[in-house]
Every structure is written in structure tokens, then in C-alpha cells.
Design a protein around this ligand. Structure first.
Ligand code: UDX
Length: 441
């Protein structure tokens, strides 16, 4: 293990914290860096500041080995590390859809100043293609070790809710490098992962940057494709669930990411396709990915269509009606509410005068902070008490398992809208419910 590079991870959000913790568990000496002193203190005391199954246990384990610590000091990180991973966020900047690179630039500059010997800086954040080349210049200009410091790109594909598994056993690793030395350093930094037979694609910086946005664009396209079919189903009385199932038997198409419903949200897919479309326009190839604007549009229409259907279920007006909203996070097994379809729907219904009562198994605190206009309850049956309509917005397992008879006891009217095709429509209808879903008769 003495030959193993010492690692630093800059940024301790979903991506960085998971990467730092997993790498320490795999046997590396790791320092995690964040400008947020509170986050650093929480992590050092063994607390993961967000919901991610399995991660708290691994953090405890990693801290016990003494191989992991967190700091706010870039100087400490610069002196310690051989390989530095940049894992800070790249949110959407304004309405143009462009990516905001403030955190990437700031963290690379802050680190670079303290690089006095040969080191590798590895970008993991999702960035517009061309950013890596610019950062390489920035490092060369600001690092005391000058061109002894190299830059590589290693896009990250982890999914929230599966972050640990995706980090320990990714489908593939992509190394964007400019020298044999960088490749060798990256291979050393991922040695235990590669030892499991994980495939690695070595390429140039710009291809590595592009792999990430191309992958997320493909996934978003697949979801919006089936949701577009749902729109057509609605106009014809066809059933998008049966349609999706029938398509999935074709191995060329496959059933994954073909689940119709309220559409995609979260901190990645929506902003990544917008940033990609924006960057392509800057590069003069906007036409090539013009369909991404359409994908975004289809996705947004699922939210407004959901609101329309709920209004329809309530007899044309939701003002004064009590609505039980099940789910707030952008997907199950997450407390992340960034661009969450569930909360957008709930908040729009509240704006139309409805009394919306929300319950989510993990995202209550985040939802309350972002949407104080909504009411919050203690469980699915609690928010359903006296409701005129129940709206399922995030497909948590505990919502799937609700017995229609039990919920029928507490509601004001047996009307349910299933925004995620998560329920057995037959069972709910048999229990006397009026059941509605997007793209189904
Ligand atoms: C995604 C990518 O999967 C991951 O590789 C990338 O690194 C980051 O972005 P994540 O945002 O964690 O990961 O969520 P994911 O599981 O991909 O789901 C994205 C959204 O799509 C969710 O809102 C989910 O509800 C929705 N979705 C997913 C569908 O509506 N239908 C599907 O069939 C699949």
C-alpha cells in the first residue's frame, strides 16, 4: 500500500463524499476538502450530510481505519495528495441553460496554488466540453510546480441511491489523459476497482468530457421517448404501460429507463441536457443536438399534464380541495429535491388554491425548507386523511405497498392519481377507487 498514491477529493457533495469514503475503504489514504466548515465537521464526526443507503456505515468504517479525514484547507490537501479529484458541483446558470463553472474554477485555482511537486489533478465534475483544456492552462499558470502538474478527466456516472455500488463496481471507467504518466497514475488510483475486471476506456480529454453528457442525454431521451408515447396513448385510449412492456422485449431497445410517468428530475439529467444543448450552440453544432430541447419540453409537459389531470379528477377546480401528495424527492431512495417533479406538481396545485399535504420518507426537511407554502404530515395515511384526491408522485416502496382498503378508510373520496405507474390499478379499482395515470385509459 505504500506505493499507492495519496488522494484528495475536492468537494464533498453526493459525488465527492461518496468517492472519498469509498476510496478510503478500498485502502487509500484520503483527504476530503470542502469550503463548508459545517459539512467538514459533520463528516469528521461520522455523519453523512445527505441520504444515501450504505454510505453512513462505510464512513464510520473509513474513519476507524484512520485513512480518511476532511478539512477546509487547500494547503493541507495540496501538500498531502498525489492525485486530486475535483468533485464540485456545476449547477445551471440562469435561464440560458449554461453550466455555472464558478466552483470548478475556484477549487482548481485554490488547490493549484499549493501544488509544489509532481501531481495529477483529475476532473470528475460534469462540465461543458472544452473545460478540461482550459483548466490545464489555468493549472500550468498557477501551480508552483508548473507543468509538473497534469490534468486528466474521469467522468462519474454514479446514480443517487446506488452511489456506493456504482463507485465500487462501475460499468466502466473513462480516463481522459494527455500522457502515459497520467494514465499510469489513474490506473494506480483505481487499482482495486480495476482489479475486479471493470473495463476502462482511455481517451483524450474532450472525448472523456463528452462521454458523460452523451450518456445522460441518451438516458433523458429514452425517458422522454416513452413519455412522448404516453401523450399519444392519451389521445387514442392506448395504454403506455403495455406499450413499454412490449417494446422492452426487443433486446435492441431494452426496458431500462423506459418507465413512463412524471419524468426525470434531479441534480443531473435536466441541467446536463440544457448545458449540453447550450454548449453545442456555442460550438456551432446546435442543430446536431436540437432534439435535446424537445426532450426537455416533453419532460416539462409531463408535470403540467399531471396538474391538469389532478384538476380534472377534482371536478375541474382544486381550490379549497385537500390533496395528499405522496413523495417529494426526485426519485425514491433519495432525499434530493433538486428539480423534483413531485414538488413542482405539489407547489403548482397549491398555487391553484388546493391544500396540499406532503409526505416523503426521506426528503421532508429539504422539502419544508424549499416549499414552506405546503403542509407536511407524518405518513402516507396521515396526509391522506380526508383528502379529495391522493397523488402518488415518487415511487417509494412504502407507497407501492399501501393497501387500497386501508387508505380507503381515511380519505374523503376514493380518487388516486398514480404519477409513476407504481400501483396495481386493478387492485385499487377493485377496492372502489377511481384510478388515473398518465398515458393509460
Ligand atoms: C443520473 C444518471 O443515471 C447517472 O448516471 C448520472 O451520473 C447522474 O444522473 P440520478 O440523477 O441519480 O443519475 O438518477 P436516475 O436514477 O438516473 O434517475 C433520473 C430521473 O429519471 C429520476 O427523476 C427518475 O424518476 C427518472 N426516470 C428514470 C424515469 O422517469 N423513468 C425511467 O425509466 C428512469
Amino acid at each position: 500500500t505504500t506505493l499507492r498514491p495519496r488522494l484528495t477529493v475536492i468537494g464533498t457533495g453526493y459525488l465527492g463524499a461518496t468517492h472519498a469514503i469509498c476510496m478510503a475503504v478500498l485502502g487509500f489514504d484520503v483527504i476530503g476538502v470542502d469550503v463548508d466548515a459545517d459539512k467538514v465537521a459533520r463528516l469528521n464526526s461520522g455523519e453523512v450530510p445527505f441520504f444515501e443507503p450504505g454510505l453512513p456505515e462505510l464512513l464510520t468504517k473509513a474513519l476507524e481505519t484512520g485513512r480518511l479525514r476532511f478539512t477546509t484547507s487547500f494547503r493541507e490537501a495540496g501538500e498531502f495528495g498525489d492525485v486530486h479529484f475535483i468533485c464540485v458541483g456545476t449547477p445551471q446558470r440562469g435561464d440560458s441553460g449554461a453550466a455555472d463553472l464558478t466552483y470548478v474554477d475556484a477549487s482548481v485555482t485554490a488547490l493549484s496554488r499549493h501544488l509544489h511537486r509532481r501531481a495529477l489533478v483529475v476532473g470528475k465534475s460534469t462540465v461543458p466540453v472544452g473545460t478540461a483544456a482550459r483548466l490545464a492552462e489555468l493549472i500550468r499558470a498557477t501551480a508552483p510546480a508548473g507543468d509538473q502538474v497534469e490534468l486528466a478527466w474521469n467522468p462519474e456516472f454514479l446514480r443517487e441511491g446506488f452511489a456506493v455500488d456504482d463507485t465500487m463496481r462501475p460499468d466502466r471507467l473513462v480516463f481522459g489523459v494527455t500522457s502515459a504518466w497520467s494514465e499510469e497514475r489513474l490506473r494506480a488510483a483505481f487499482e482495486p476497482v480495476l482489479a475486479q475486471g471493470v473495463p476502462v476506456k482511455v481517451t483524450d480529454l474532450q472525448t472523456a468530457e463528452l462521454v458523460k453528457v452523451a450518456a445522460n442525454s441518451f438516458l433523458a431521451t429514452k425517458i422522454s421517448y416513452i413519455n412522448a408515447m404516453a401523450e399519444v396513448c392519451e389521445a387514442t385510449g392506448a395504454d403506455v404501460r403495455d406499450l413499454a412492456e412490449a417494446l422492452a422485449y426487443d433486446e435492441r431497445i431494452g426496458g431500462r429507463f423506459l418507465r413512463p410517468g412524471l419524468g426525470f428530475g434531479g441534480g443531473c439529467l435536466p441541467k446536463d441536457i440544457r448545458a449540453f444543448a447550450h454548449r453545442a450552440e456555442e460550438l456551432g453544432v446546435g442543430q446536431a443536438v436540437g432534439f435535446l430541447r424537445e426532450i426537455d419540453g416533453i419532460n416539462k409537459r409531463r408535470r403540467s399534464r399531471t396538474v391538469d389531470l389532478v384538476v380534472e379528477l377534482c371536478g375541474g377546480d382544486v381550490a379549497g380541495k385537500k390533496i395528499a401528495a405522496l413523495g417529494a424527492s426526485f426519485k425514491p431512495d433519495s432525499d434530493d429535491i433538486r428539480d423534483a417533479p413531485a414538488l413542482e406538481v405539489a407547489s403548482t396545485l397549491a398555487g391553484l388554491g388546493a391544500h396540499v399535504h406532503v409526505f416523503d420518507p426521506a426528503a421532508m426537511e429539504n422539502a419544508r425548507r424549499a416549499h414552506p407554502e405546503l403542509s407536511y404530515g407524518t405518513g402516507a395515511l396521515d396526509v391522506a386523511r380526508g383528502a379529495d384526491v391522493v397523488v402518488l408522485l415518487t415511487e417509494w416502496t412504502e407507497f407501492r405497498e399501501i393497501a387500497p382498503e386501508a387508505m380507503a378508510q381515511v380519505v374523503g373520496a376514493r380518487r388516486i392519481f398514480d404519477g409513476r405507474h407504481a400501483l396495481d390499478s386493478g387492485a385499487w379499482r377493485a377496492a372502489g377507487w377511481e384510478y388515473r395515470a398518465l398515458g393509460r385509459p
